[in-house]
Design a protein. Structure first.
Ligand code: HEM
Length: 220
């Protein structure tokens, strides 16, 4: 018996996998969805998220979120850490691809009318997923603490600050004071590696659960 079969049998004896798994795993997608690549965009976004989470864990082992060390630690990842530049580049391109895939997925859902009854709530969860994904990109942009990151964040927080009524509070929470500094960097780091991952995992669970219960919408 192969190792994987031995492990499966061991788990099956204890947790009755043979009864538990089929209703969850054996759920064929409809033929019109399998043959149309437009239905792969959500899955592409999810694959990007998995790549980002894995590469992000490796980056977090070397990155230091303080103004004195952030840039140097990124430089070290790029120049000294074995395969560091590869991991960081994959993280960078997976982030760009995820944003593109999420936008295209949203456009496909909109133009195919898949947001209509009974999927309205999944559209709403999707909007939060879109906001979470773009905030991931925005918060990650500051972390290298170079000139580009600094000024892009200055403009981004300035835009957030110009929102009527709530703007000044949002900007104060993001910046953590009057100007960008150590406080901002640690806040953005906490948002990027703790708050957003927790939020996106919760939203994705809800999103997939609803897709599973309601099924994929039909053709136009
Ligand atoms: C992290 C971002 C996202 C991931 C990983 C994701 C993933 C998926 C997957 C795998 C599906 C099933 C297959 C498919 O239609 O592609 C799906 C369906 C759906 N998604 Fe997303 N999604 C994301 C963001 C969004 C956004 C931004 C919206 C809209 C605002 C949205 C709305 C929907 C709706 C309404 C469905 C059901 C479509 C149907 O039944 O045809 N999703 N999503």
């Amino acid at each position: 018996m192969t190792l994987s079969k031995t492990i499966y049998k061991w788990l099956d004896d204890r947790f009755k996998l043979r009864e538990l798994l089929p209703p969850i795993v054996k759920h064929p997608a409809p033929e019109y969805a399998v043959s149309n690549p437009l239905y792969c965009l959500g899955g592409t976004a999810f694959l990007c998220f998995l790549i980002l989470a894995t590469t992000g864990i490796f980056l977090a082992m070397y990155y230091k979120p303080t103004p004195a060390e952030a840039y140097k630690s990124v430089e070290r990842i790029m120049l000294e850490v074995p395969m560091g530049s590869l991991i960081r580049s994959v993280h960078h391109w997976a982030a760009n691809t995820m944003i593109a895939a999420v936008m295209l997925h949203m456009i496909r859902v909109y133009f195919m009318g898949a947001y209509k009854r009974p999927r309205e709530l999944n559209w709403v969860v999707g909007v939060f997923l879109f906001l979470t994904t773009t905030t991931f990109g925005f918060s990650g942009y500051l972390l290298p603490w170079d000139q580009l990151a600094y000024w892009a964040t200055k403009i981004g927080t300035g835009i957030a600050g110009s929102i009527p009524v709530m703007g000044q509070y949002i900007s104060l929470i993001l910046i953590g004071g009057n100007d960008l500094g150590a406080e901002t960097l640690t806040r953005f780091y906490a948002i990027h590696v703790l708050i957003l991952p927790a939020a996106i995992i919760t939203l994705l669970l809800l999103h997939f659960l609803m897709v599973r219960i309601q099924g994929i919408s039909g053709r136009l």
